[in-house]
Design a binder for this molecule. Structure first.
Ligand code: DAH
Length: 340
């Protein structure tokens, strides 16, 4: 029996030596030390031994088990180390390898056009002002000579937060705020977001962008308004561009006009962009109403002024031939990439 145990040990050590991976090691453990393994098999014969022989053989058997277990663990450590070394070797980092393509972001078309418009007016000596998007009823309507029963004040058009606080529906309240804090001469524009209770479609959005303009000084006339907007239109849409003023009504200006620019694609002949009109409407404008000057603390006997407001999305869409406003807000990089 002793000899069988020694042979078993030899055999186990030899197969351990030959084992190439952790799975093979486990197979060896089961074959030699497992419940149905070779060692158990031999020990079954212990019953036949005499009382003196039994402890001696038992001790040998224990030692054989220990030696095999030790060899098994040692081999297991060696295999594990070798495996992790092999893994590290192929995970090697090559710091000299060329990097992948880095894609840079670009400006949003609304930001691009807004900045271009700002720069044109800055070059004419205008300042750029800012105002709150959460505005009071006073600045958005009352200070702008908009009576209590005016349709724009309806909840159908305006997002009210309380009776007296709302999301501004236009950038015009910044006119009133600027007049309150600045003495004439005033020459300012104010770009920003405005909000209206509109459902989203190809030409409407509950949030969009406007740029407001205001000039107040002594002897400001409609001729100054026309000259300023002509120069703006030429710089924005090309030197051949003409403007056309059509009579209109705004509560905060008198007289008021809607302003068209000659189509920059067909030059006025009529094409698909201007829908055969030859003209594209881009602005509202007029001479500042005396009540608005008064609300801003400016004496209408001494000063006069003009104001204008334009929608940025509209200009972006005609400029780039975008037929659906929703493209501007979806942030689809395939769309945005075309402008960078
Ligand atoms: N606030 C007007 C709008 O949202 C646009 C506008 C028209 C602004 C005439 C003006 C102006 O300053 O004089 O439709």
């Amino acid at each position: 029996m002793k000899e069988r145990l020694m042979n078993l040990k030899e055999e186990a050590l030899k197969s351990l030596e030959a084992a190439g991976d952790l799975a093979a090691l486990d197979g060896i453990r089961v074959a030699f030390l497992g419940k149905k393994g070779a060692l158990t098999e031999i020990l079954r014969g212990m019953g036949k031994l005499s009382a003196e022989e039994r402890p001696i053989v038992g001790e040998i058997a224990n030692r054989v088990r220990e030696e095999i277990t030790e060899a098994l663990n040692a081999k297991k450590d060696r295999l594990a180390a070798a495996e992790s070394e092999a893994r590290l070797a192929c995970e090697k980092l090559d710091v000299t390898a060329p990097s992948g393509v880095i894609s840079l972001g670009g400006r949003h078309p609304i930001a691009l056009v807004q900045e271009q418009i700002e720069n044109i007016f800055i070059s004419m000596g205008f300042t750029v002002e800012d105002g709150p998007e959460v505005e009071t009823d006073y600045y958005n309507f009352e200070a702008l000579n908009t009576p209590a029963d005016h349709p724009a004040r309806d909840v159908q058009d305006t997002f009210y937060i309380t009776d007296k606080v709302l999301l501004r529906t236009q950038t015009s309240p910044v006119q009133a705020r600027t007049m309150e804090k600045t003495k004439p001469p005033i020459r300012m524009i104010c770009p920003g977001r405005v909000y209206r209770s509109d459902a989203v479609d190809a030409t409407h959005s509950p949030m969009f962008h406007q740029i407001e303009g205001l000039v107040v000084d002594r002897n400001i006339t409609m001729g100054d308004l026309k000259g300023t907007l002509d120069l703006f239109a030429q710089k924005m849409f090309g030197e051949q561009t003409k403007t056309r003023f059509r009579p209109h009504h705004f509560p905060f200006t008198e007289p008021s006009a809607e302003v068209d620019v000659s189509c920059f694609v067909c030059g006025g002949k009529g094409c698909s962009l201007c829908k055969g009109e030859g003209w594209i409407e881009i602005l509202g404008a007029g001479m500042v109403h005396p009540n608005v000057l008064r609300a801003g603390g400016i004496d209408p006997e001494e000063y006069s002024g003009f104001a204008f407001g334009m929608g940025v999305e509209r200009i972006v869409m005609t400029r780039f031939g975008i037929r659906d406003m929703r493209y501007l807000y979806e942030n689809d990089v395939r769309f945005l990439r075309q402008f960078s």
